[in-house]
Design a protein around this ligand. Structure first.
Ligand code: NAD
Length: 523
């Protein structure tokens, strides 16, 4: 970030910066590929004011009205696909293939939430219960939080904001986005498309900036949705607690892959290569550690090493799909990966392929490590890089024990040809999602919840209606089915009426005849 001032518009509708410019560099070659203003707390406050002013009309459009805008946005994304993927690639150093997957996420999210919003947000009729509910009609209305804040990390410049942003907007909220200062360009362009090219209602703002702007977002909004590190998540939860606003946290992970002796090793080894290396391992749900039962260990290690060795690394030309794996997004993340690999080797691990950073660009070679154990950083802390540490285990019990020996609990995978065996393991794993004979897929199933257990998060995203209702306040509405001049429990208390009521409570509520009839117990 360099000092300076700017009056550059960034598509957020907020024109003045608080005094800094963020330079964005391509991790593959160090080129400056863009600049955005650091809008700071003042930018956040100005954006919040504008968003609050625009939200009531957006809510009044109803789900179908909002869906029209959202589908226009989908059309715009598809029409601008190459440009968006290109920006994403330049600011993150991803391979074209890795970056392109974020567009398919965006399309899926918009179609799902715009297609289901009317159903998810419909007034819910609830049956009454008990004597007091006999004459009552019960409903629950879903009323959006007016302003939702969304703070996102650098690993998914388009997919990150879309994952929760589409649901919140379709719920009728206005959304103040604060993308990562490392990769702010893609979402700035998407926001520009929404506001300028489409002329859609100004209910989303992209406020660029660093931690200070992020902290200001938590201070301004009615609900905060945070995706990022556990370290920052704790700070956000503490501030949300002080302000008494709801917060939803999607944090770090250390996902285990458990390969049992009856697994399809060809498929499992391909999944490990993709699940460990996708986006250079910079995804919360990547395969971070592997436990393989002894009978298939050698075969698995040989196959996965061969597949990882053959991955093509580099930032490929636009639209060419000629590399598999790109760069590390930040120098700090590259350092962490190197530290984890060096720590493992110093403690006795062997590198079967990869193992070091490239001389040019922020690349770390796709790496397979064996002879690892839980004294090593690579098995305990989030690496968030292209490494696959593999450990041999003697039994499924040992695999489960090691898989659960972690402060994280985001997701996991279990590999077995036996459905009952896989389910048995899944039920013992301490993680919010388990993929059986697959990796990472749970996150892309919008009908099931993604919830981080332990230090991986608070609350959940997706999960059908729940993924949208989390951005709403539930309003219970009780109305009268029949018109009574008074209720039996209202004033004045009159002996006969009150005694009759007490008898009714006994008669209807007690579980035996003595108590129902109010008889005293025999001594
Ligand atoms: P980070 O926590 O450093 O930053 C995330 C965002 O928080 C950035 O926009 C940053 O500017 C902002 N921020 C930093 N300090 C803040 C503060 N005090 N108050 C408010 N905002 C603040 O995370 P990162 O390094 O950008 O991303 C990597 C992490 O994100 C990894 O741990 C990864 O596992 C996690 N992640 C989780 C998920 C998930 O869904 N569970 C998805 C992607 C990434």
């Amino acid at each position: 970030m360099t000092a300076g001032t700017t009056d550059q518009a960034d598509g957020s509708g907020v024109l003045q910066a608080s005094g800094g410019i963020i330079e964005v560099r391509c991790p593959a070659d160090g080129r400056i590929v863009g600049r955005v203003p650091d809008l700071g707390a003042a930018g956040v406050q100005a954006a919040a004011k504008q968003l609050r002013a625009a939200q009531p009309a957006w809510e009044a459009l109803g789900p179908e009205g909002r869906a029209k805008h959202m589908r226009n946005f989908l059309d715009w994304i598809l029409d601008n696909e190459a440009n968006l993927v290109g920006i994403m690639q330049e600011e993150s150093g991803k391979s074209w293939g890795d970056a392109a997957l974020e567009v398919s996420m965006a399309v899926d999210l918009i179609n799902y939430y715009s297609g289901h919003a009317a159903e998810f947000l419909a007034d819910r009729k609830v049956p009454s219960w008990g004597a007091s509910g006999l004459t009552k009609k019960l409903r629950v209305f879903a009323r959006p939080h007016q302003l939702v804040g969304m703070i996102t990390p650098w690993n998914g410049p388009l997919g990150g904001p879309m994952l929760d942003g589409v649901a919140a907007l379709m719920a009728g909220a206005a959304v103040l986005f604060k993308p990562s200062e490392v990769t702010p360009l893609t979402w700035a362009e998407a926001t520009r498309g929404w506001l300028e090219d489409l002329g859609a209602p100004p209910v989303l703002a992209n406020v660029t900036g660093g931690p200070e702007a992020g902290a200001a977002v938590v201070d301004e909004v009615d609900m905060i949705m945070f995706t990022g590190s556990t370290r920052t998540g704790r700070k956000i939860a503490a501030r949300a607690g002080e302000r008494l606003i709801p917060c939803s946290l999607e944090l770090g992970g250390k996902d285990p892959m458990v390969v049992l002796s009856d697994a399809d090793i060809d498929r499992a080894s391909s999944a490990a290569a993709w699940g460990g290396m996708w986006n250079s391992g910079q995804i919360c749900i990547s395969v971070e550690r592997v436990y393989v039962e002894a009978p298939v260990y050698d075969e698995f290690v040989a196959k996965v090493t061969d597949k990882v060795k053959n991955l093509r690394q580099g930032m490929d030309p636009d639209g060419s799909f000629t590399t598999d794996i790109g760069a590390m997004c930040t120098p700090a993340q590259l350092d962490i990966v190197e530290k984890h690999v060096n720590d493992a080797v110093a403690k006795g691990a062997r590198v079967l392929t990869g193992g070091k950073r490239a001389e040019d660009g922020q690349f770390f070679e796709p790496t397979v490590l064996v002879d690892v154990d839980h004294s090593m950083l690579c098995m305990r802390d989030e690496t968030f890089g292209p490494t696959l540490p593999i450990m041999k285990v003697d039994s499924e019990q040992e695999a489960v024990r090691l898989a659960n020996d972690s402060r994280y609990g985001l997701s996991a995978s279990v590999w077995s040809r036996s459905r009952s065996r896989a389910d048995r393991i899944a039920r013992q794993i301490e993680a919010g999602a388990v993929n059986v004979n697959n990796v990472m897929m749970s996150t892309f199933q919008l009908t099931i919840p993604m919830s981080g257990w332990k230090e991986s998060g608070v609350g959940s995203r997706s999960g059908g209606a729940a993924g949208m209702l989390k951005f709403c306040r539930q309003q219970s509405v009780v109305s009268e089915r029949i018109h009574l001049r008074s209720e039996p429990h209202w004033y004045p208390y009159v002996p006969k009426k009150s005694e009759l009521q007490a008898k009714m409570v006994r008669f209807l509520g007690a579980h035996d005849w003595r108590r129902r009839l109010g008889r005293t117990p025999k001594r």
